[in-house]
Design a protein. Structure first.
Length: 339
């Protein structure tokens, strides 16, 4: 989930077509969880292939990646690596919440309460190693680059954006801002609808969040944004009881840092805050990656989707045909520009 500073961050509307020609590093796990959460039957059952295996993730990734490529966007997906030790508590809480939701989902189905069943099913979403592996195979076949971060995916995304290797990072989490991404794309969705807490769906539009503008609006530095977030609570520490985003901002504006907060006795500064601060300001990232979009290997895509999960060959080939036409059109325009 990341830190919740949504009340303090204002993005600007963005059309997906505005991303044409631009490379965007996308939070892979964030994206896959979206698909697994939303692509479900009315009773909450995820989409499955003829062999009974879940296909919500692979279906969503295929259609979204294809749509972005058709628009001229250059996606690169970044997967999480080994989580920091300080994230263990958060991961355990999430695991327990999923198990509870799964039990409540089954009970709701038995009771015939489909609305509750759908809500609880979404909250019980799991992403396993098999799903991750076949997603990577699909991306390879589609000619879409991906990499595994040494640790947090948002940290790697931000590093790539700061280097200028991608134009922006894309994630629903605001942690990318704490990690330093200059530009963050949120609501990178084709449906313009997103399921939120309680099972409701809301209308959403893609938006661009610029770190420089966010910091200027708050009148703080990025390091102070990190300190403010530690007071609120992050994936790596418990926040201070009674301190939300607005109060945390005010405290940091007045006292400059967590050291200043501790010295003034304004709040009990979270234990081990320097380690949390280091995760955001000195993240574990890698320079070992290469980006390229060579085009799809049709046979490879069919092997993953049609042979592996029983997807319709005609439907898959229809999308692949559009991608070939798009690629050919762009290649011709590129040649014409040299004429």
């Amino acid at each position: 989930m990341g830190v919740d500073i949504s009340a303090l961050v204002q993005g600007t509307p963005l059309r997906l077509t505005d991303l044409a020609g631009k490379a965007v590093a996308i939070d892979a796990f964030n994206t896959l969880y979206q698909f697994l959460t939303t692509i479900r039957q009315p009773d909450g059952t995820p989409l499955k292939g003829r062999d009974g295996r879940v296909t919500s993730h692979i279906s969503g990734m295929f259609h979204r990646s294809a749509a972005l490529l058709e628009m001229g966007v250059k996606p690169v997906f970044v997967f999480d690596g080994k989580p920091p030790k300080l994230k263990a508590r958060t991961l355990e809480i999430r695991r327990q919440a999923r198990e509870t939701a799964e039990r409540e989902w089954k009970a709701a189905v038995e009771a015939g309460d489909l609305k509750k069943a759908l809500t609880k099913a979404s909250q019980s979403t799991r992403l396993d190693d098999g799903m991750i592996s076949e997603t990577k195979s699909l991306l390879d076949s589609m000619g879409v680059p991906w990499l595994v971060a040494p640790s947090e995916g948002e940290a790697q995304i931000s590093f790539m954006a700061m280097r200028g290797d991608v134009w922006a990072g894309a994630s629903q989490d605001f942690d990318c801002l704490l990690f330093g991404t200059p530009t963050l794309v949120r609501n990178l969705t084709l449906s313009k609808r997103r399921r939120v807490a309680g099972g409701r769906t809301v209308e959403v539009e893609p938006e661009l969040v610029e770190l420089e503008r966010v910091l200027a609006g708050m009148q703080i530095t990025r390091a102070q944004l990190v300190d403010m977030s530690i007071l609120i609570g992050t994936d790596f520490n418990r926040g201070v009881h009674g301190i939300g985003p607005k109060r945390a901002l005010k405290i940091i504006q007045e006292l400059n840092s967590l050291e200043g907060v501790a010295a003034a006795g304004r709040a009990e500064v979270p234990e081990g805050y320097t380690d949390v601060r280091r995760i955001f300001l000195e993240p574990d990232v890698t320079e070992q990656y290469s980006l390229g979009w060579p085009g799809a290997n049709d046979e490879g895509v069919r092997k993953v989707l049609c042979d592996g999960h029983g997807f319709s060959v005609d439907r898959v080939d229809s999308i692949l045909s559009r991608l070939r036409k798009t690629s050919k059109s762009r290649s011709q325009k590129s040649l014409d520009s040299w004429g």
